[in-house]
Design a protein around this ligand. Sequence first.
Ligand SMILES: COc1ccc(Cn2ccc3ccc(-c4cc(N)[nH]n4)cc32)cc1
Length: 244
Amino acid sequence: MRLDVVTIFPEYLAALDVSLVGKAAKSGLLDVHLHDLREWTHDRHRTVDDTPYGGGAGMVMKPEPWGLALDAIAPVDGPAQPRLIVPTPAGRPFTQELAYELAAEPWLAFACGRYEGIDARVASYAGERMRVDEVSIGDYVLNGGEVAVLVMVEAVARLLPGVIGNPESLAEESHSGDGLLEYPVYTKPPSWRGYDVPEVLLSGNHGLIADWHHEESVRRTAERRPDLLAAWGDVLAAKDDSDA
Ligand SMILES: COc1ccc(Cn2ccc3ccc(-c4cc(N)[nH]n4)cc32)cc1
């Protein structure tokens, strides 16, 4: 997979060279290209923002540098186009499902906005030749898109074959598809500062352990994410109807 990231703070994305994503990049599973948006400015101050039409606080990122950046990275007459991901508080939710979808793409480009966002015409212009998704990583407000890109790149990269050591672990994770949160995990020692590992996990009885895992997942989901449990209940009800 090729990844292009355009930002006015390329140093923010240095984290992509670390750990899992860094390993994927070094092993050729990921081909990461970082770009400084100011490369595509031509005034003395390398200006990337201006005041918003319609008034309002803050500044908006000018469309011209973004248009030049997109044309340089993904030429109009090029053999392929990337899927463009634009982090924004006003975007569609980033979910594990979307992470799997993006992991199947051969080429992703990420546009990191700052200020109050990017001139809306940039997404329209890009949309003429590539799929554009405006994506939110959660209902809270960041100062820019860089952190959101780090989140999404990590969530996507770990799904690529060969990136993480134990692919089976992907199936058991929270949000991995059964709709429940992950059960609590333990390792040695069996007793630590007065806290003991649940007996069942030391029993070697795989059936009881599986039951305990499921019960703990349901308990945690009911406690922390009742919204997921409601959805899970609907799935079960639909399954019962179809089995009836
Ligand atoms: C109109 O309201 C605002 C508009 C933009 C901003 C700052 N900002 C600029 C670019 C940018 C990209 C992503 C995000 C973001 C994404 C999520 N889930 N939270 N925050 C924030 C971003 C603040 C507020």
